[in-house]
Design a protein. Structure first.
Length: 154
């Protein structure tokens, strides 16, 4: 399965990169994320509960950030296994400064197996897009609120 997405955020590439590489921010914005615990050296143990059509499962695995080039890009490698199957994948995240905002581009490839793979590529791709859209909407809201000087604590 392949996924591509592009998201606009009214913030600098530095603040976006920092938010995307901060585990507590990622965990709080990622739908279904139960925990994201540091293992050291940009590696994390993740536990997620995800549903695709009638198949719902809890997955436990690892997330590794590599090729970090602050503030413009990094690669995220994931692997997980659970009662509904397994998933492995890689995503390249690129952040580019635009006129008054920045754009985040995501290019990802994943392989899934087990019961979750039987629902079909179309449903898997739709679920991946829905999760990514919700994640980046939450991230955008947090970053933009944190950088708004009119808000208390900014």
């Amino acid at each position: 399965m392949e996924f591509q997405g592009r998201y606009e955020v009214d913030a600098t590439p530095e603040s976006i990169f920092d938010a995307l590489t901060r585990p507590e921010t990622v965990a709080s914005c990622l739908p279904g994320c139960d925990s994201l615990e540091p293992l050291g050296d940009n590696r994390y143990q993740a536990t997620m509960t995800i549903g695709v059509a009638a198949i719902k499962g809890r997955f436990k695995g690892t997330v590794e950030l590599r090729d970090l080039d602050r503030p413009s890009s990094y690669v995220m490698q994931v692997s997980g296994r659970g009662n509904a199957g397994f998933a492995t994948g890689e995503a390249r995240v690129t952040i580019e400064k635009q006129d008054t905002a920045s754009s985040i581009s995501v290019q990802a490839k994943a392989q899934v197996g087990g019961a979750v793979a039987r629902v079909g590529q179309r449903l898997l791709a739709g679920t991946a897009k829905m999760i990514a859209d919700k994640f980046f909407a939450c991230l955008r809201k947090r970053i933009e609120a944190a950088s708004d000087p009119a808000l208390p604590g900014s």
